[in-house]
Write a protein that binds this ligand. Sequence first.
Ligand code: DX5
Ligand code: ZN
Length: 228
Amino acid sequence: MSFSRSIKIAPSILSADFANFGAECQAIEAQGADWVHVDVMDGHFVPNITFGPATCAAIRPHIKGVMDVHLMIAPVDPYIDAFARAGADVITAHLESGAHIHRTLQAIRATGKKAGLAINPGTGLDAVPHLLDLCDLVCVMTVNPGFGGQKFIATTLDKIGALRAMIGDRPVHIEVDGGVTVEIAPLVAAAGADVLVAGSAVFSGGSVANPGVYGTNIARIRAAAEAA
Ligand code: DX5
Ligand code: ZN
């Protein structure tokens, strides 16, 4: 996984057919996805429940590229090794998930995986300078986590810009997650994001039987971001 600030589109399989994850992952990669974004929810840190490490391990052989695992769980530390063994390339934990996010990022790095720090819309960047040396990615949540298909929260644009300035020339990705559409993509890219997660905007209208729609959706989001 070499570092580049070029635009990467990361479809979230939260919007895929849950009965067909393997084929869905293959379809989005064949249609131009750069990363596959995997949303893990526990019904405690967020109000929704998705799946855990066993499902991640099951879909791993169907993903050729980067498996980007977003943990919306608390506590997170007891499960890091399981997600690393499941084959995640990036493991992202929330700043809000506990009192010891610094230790959590250390633990992710200790598995040899890339470490991500996710920040909710209501949380500021105050702690970020103290954590940046442990981060390979910072994920700016542009909706409140828990569900796909929510509306982008525009006040996060200033946060993305401030984060971009903090990061400078460090090899740290800025990921945006939630409500990213063709219309929003140029705004977040101009603010400094390089990894664009998109669930509903990629999967809507398509299926594994009709995957060309995924390709069209991905290409339109990418073109809009790159034009910014
Ligand atoms: C929100 C998840 C996101 C989100 C993306 O809790 O982390 O990955 O579902 O879906 P859309 O693009 O539909 O907002
Ligand atoms: Zn996510």
